[in-house]
Design a protein around this ligand. Structure first.
Ligand code: ZN
Length: 324
């Protein structure tokens, strides 16, 4: 990779390259955010803790300079909120949107460190990266509620978008469980639907990689993800492009917040450690921060951040060209 950074002092400092920008993502901060959120955040068994997480997210995103609003979501009579933060791109109010999503609720009686405090910590890490740079496209961060009850939050969010608003979204990057790894042979299993997919190579049997799923034909978001990979050292990413015919039958591959985007024709990529296809703690009381691989979570967040900056077009000073 070759970097050209030739700003004359008279034009001010170079704006950061993608490489520099994502270096802001630190394992320590990711671990702190996971611990801050850890605990039953179920709308039925611990609505107070879910509310606390909402306020924590609002405050964190406001402090970073994002405009923040909430969207009510009612499921089986109980109402909680999606948290939506936005930073308008330099192209102005009609700029294309790059969206980052992660759910912050849990199932009952699970502290939800991996599922999905890890993804929310990833979202906050992306927020810190984006806050420090300028992008041509608008960046929108959505922390979804009620994922665990039939994707309630993301369904409500996508249904609330007009046709024009849907068309503005260049791509969505959805993180659900990005913090658990296993190094023992045979620790990784796969959904049965994958046997219907033409795989480019044999998939690993060891659970130490990040899986990235997108749909065939969703070019730009998938391209950005592929182009983001070289920026992140030490992260094994398995990218899988799924044929659209699978949409109707793939229960295991569409059971998170990326699914409503796919169904609405909005390009979306799902980043995940594959949940119960790897982790014995999935939806259990043992899903604690002590079981997580925070360096893996931080690298996954760096990948998400680099994907966002590529897709949202990081503004570079004309003379500070990243030629990597
Ligand atoms: Zn989840």
């Amino acid at each position: 990779m070759v970097w050209l950074a030739a700003c004359a002092p008279s034009v001010g400092p170079c704006r950061p390259s993608i490489h520099d920008a994502i270096a802001r993502v630190q394992s320590r901060e990711v671990a702190m955010d996971v611990r801050a959120l850890e605990g039953d955040r179920s709308p039925t068994t611990n609505p107070l803790r879910l509310e606390y997480a909402k306020v924590f997210l609002q405050r964190s995103l406001l402090q970073l300079g994002f405009a923040v609003e909430t969207q009510p979501v009612t499921v089986h009579g109980s109402t909680s909120h999606n948290v939506i933060a936005e930073r308008v791109g330099t192209l102005g109010p009609r700029a294309p949107v790059v969206l980052v999503g992660a759910h912050y609720d849990t199932v009952s009686f699970s502290p939800g460190a991996d599922d999905n405090a890890s993804g929310v910590a990833g979202l906050l890490a992306v927020a810190r990266v984006v806050a420090a740079v300028r992008t041509r496209a608008t960046v929108r961060l959505v922390a979804f509620t009620e994922e665990e009850r039939d994707l309630g939050g993301s369904r409500v969010y996508v249904a609330s978008l007009s046709r024009e608003e849907r068309a503005r979204i260049r791509g969505a990057i959805v993180m659900d469980m990005i913090g658990y790894t296993r190094r023992d042979e045979g620790s990784q299993r796969y959904p049965r639907e994958l046997s219907l997919v033409d795989l480019p190579h044999e998939l690993p049997r060891t659970g130490a990689f990040l899986a990235a799923f997108s749909l065939l034909g969703e070019g730009p978001v998938h391209r950005a993800l592929l182009d983001a990979r070289p920026y992140v050292r030490g992260l094994h990413v398995e990218t899988l492009v799924l044929p659209r015919f699978l949409l109707g039958i793939m229960s295991d591959l569409s059971r998170s917040d990326h699914a409503p985007f796919w169904l609405a024709g909005i390009p979306a990529v799902s980043l995940t450690d594959t949940a119960d296809f790897r982790s014995p703690h999935y939806h259990r009381g043992t899903d604690r921060s002590a079981t997580l691989d925070v360096h893996f979570a931080a690298r996954s967040a760096r990948l998400a951040a680099a994907t966002v900056l590529l897709l949202a077009e990081l503004e570079q000073d004309g003379r500070c060209v990243d030629r990597g």
